[in-house]
Design a protein around this ligand. Structure first.
Ligand SMILES: Cc1cc2nc3c(=O)[nH]c(=O)nc-3n(C[C@H](O)[C@H](O)[C@H](O)COP(=O)(O)O)c2cc1C
Length: 148
């Protein structure tokens, strides 16, 4: 059975959404079954049944989007230990959001892919390729941790 990746994200102007879609493309091409949703559309099962979770959020006013951070806080009750995790997001100049989420995922015992992928403003074709490669890297990490 195909391994599962859930990508959930928060975006103000769509830039982090473009990253999320490209990560989904790369992961699908690498053989993963992908669920791609905004963070407020995700069901508990989407997270619990996933082998990997990628969380995207943009940075505003020196912090990650507050509602996404609240959502990630709520994941503390979910058994995530051992799953592969990563954070990503578009930013303008400081890009704190994905760094904060990445630390939160580590604190939940996830196998976190570091550093989180951050792209300035609108991702260009090269940036989208980096996102596709992250999708592929997530598939490889799932396999790696399965073998350990
Ligand atoms: C009001 C406002 C505040 C922002 N504050 C920050 C910030 O503190 N640090 C940063 O890196 N980018 C900041 N940005 C830039 C956004 O993160 C950037 O435009 C990003 O591409 C938005 O991604 P999104 O389309 O996924 O929402 C800000 C943008 C706006 C409009």
């Amino acid at each position: 059975m195909a391994k599962k990746l859930t990508i959930l994200y928060g975006t103000g102007f769509g830039n982090t959404g473009l990253m999320a879609k490209a990560i989904a493309e790369g992961a699908t091409n690498a053989g993963l079954e992908v669920i791609l949703k905004k963070f407020d559309e995700v069901s508990p099962g989407d997270v619990e049944k996933a082998d990997a979770i990628a969380i995207g959020l943009a940075t505003y006013k020196g912090a990650g989007m507050p509602r996404v951070i609240e959502y990630v806080k709520s994941l503390a009750k979910v058994p995530l230990k051992g799953k592969v995790g990563t954070a990503f997001g578009s930013y303008g100049w400081s890009g704190e959001g994905p760094l904060v989420v990445s630390d939160m995922l580590s604190s939940y015992g996830m196998n976190v892919i570091e550093p989180p992928l951050r792209i300035k403003r609108i991702p260009d074709e090269e940036g989208l390729d980096t996102c596709r490669n992250l999708g592929k890297a997530i598939a490889e990490h799932i396999k790696l941790h399965e073998e350990i």
